[in-house]
Design a protein around this ligand. Structure first.
Ligand code: BMA
Length: 313
């Protein structure tokens, strides 16, 4: 009997990858792990992680009307590390997650600041992806894979992030009343153990998706084996008002590296989404992901189908 490779929840765009270093208006090494959002006029904006030929990363915006092709890429880096004023950005900035915050009428960009002591979580705000207001490093190393929820819950802002603990790398949640001081830390999803696809190391992928059933979270699991690491995606659902409360967790991964552009690159077998956009139908998700730390690819899926799959677990 022919076995299905995966439940077919995510559908790759047939002309992937959609953006590579060759598309860039200035010399770069690679482009991957973009944050994503739909601007008020419907344009898709990707805030791409660009690795230059020093090995360090900065962020660069690419805009497209249909979110697929004809990308207009900023002629120069959009958001650069500023290690003179922010020493925690010494070795670059990486992996942005964008959340539009209606209450502030601004986009929050939560990114990895690569400091001498390792990666930490940094926050900046922007209205236009041209001018950014930095809040600096808000969670110290080693911590990454972070995103802000779009609204306060019971009067406090909410951040999901992934510190490294003594017994693995798990997803945590923290609360703040001013976006600067974070506390009330709680573990929200634990990496499994042993042979599981998501053993020992997990992290948030794109920002959570708000649905009537709860916060739908796409997370990555890192499986280490003799030839390296396999990055794959799984699903979990969290309570809308108590987002550390996990209502459902999928057993199997739903997406992994299968295509040549995902299996071979600077880091083999990596698919790493940091952002999505939602179509006008309120159901179709466009997931933008880094492929093998080398290029950017697109996959689509239905929120309804993801939730139906999760409920059956
Ligand atoms: C993770 C992050 C990502 C990267 C992935 C694979 O830890 O640093 O930026 O894509 O590793 O190298």
């Amino acid at each position: 009997m022919k076995q299905k490779k995966n439940p077919g929840l995510l559908h790759r765009y047939k002309e992937n990858p959609i953006l590579t270093a060759k598309d860039w208006p200035y010399p770069i090494h690679s482009v991957f792990n973009p944050g994503a959002t739909k601007l008020k006029d419907g344009t898709t904006l990707l805030l791409c992680r660009v690795e230059d030929r020093t090995g360090k990363s900065h962020l660069c915006a690419a805009r497209s009307i249909n979110g697929i092709d004809d990308w207009k890429i900023d002629a120069e880096p959009t958001f650069m590390a500023d290690p003179e004023k922010f020493p925690e950005e010494l070795w670059g900035i990486e992996d942005p997650r964008i959340t539009f915050i209606p209450e502030l009428n601004q986009y929050a960009v939560v990114y990895t600041a690569y400091s001498k002591e390792g990666p930490g979580v940094a926050l900046a705000f922007t209205k236009d992806f041209q001018v950014f207001e930095r809040y600096g490093m808000i969670l110290q190393p080693e911590d990454k894979d972070a995103a802000l929820l779009p609204r306060k819950i019971e009067g406090r802002w909410v951040m999901i992030h992934r510190p490294i603990g003594a017994h693995g790398a798990h997803m945590w949640i923290s609360y703040s009343s001013d976006l600067k001081q974070w506390g009330d830390h709680k573990m929200m999803l634990e990496a499994r153990l042993g042979g599981w696809w998501d053993a020992n190391k997990i992290g948030l992928s794109p920002p959570p998706i708000e649905t009537p059933q709860g916060w739908l979270v796409i997370y990555h699991g890192v499986r280490h084996n003799a030839s390296g690491a396999l990055y794959r995606l799984g699903l979990a659902l969290f309570d809308l008002n108590t987002p550390e409360l996990c209502l459902k967790r999928g057993q199997e991964w739903i997406f992994g590296a299968e295509e040549p552009y995902e299996q071979r690159g600077d880091v083999d077998n990596v698919i790493f989404p940091c952002g999505y956009t939602l179509d006008a139908d309120g159901d179709t998700l466009n997931i933008y992901y880094g492929a093998a730390d080398t290029s950017i690819a697109l996959a689509t899926c239905s929120v309804k189908v993801l939730l139906e799959w999760l409920v059956k677990q």
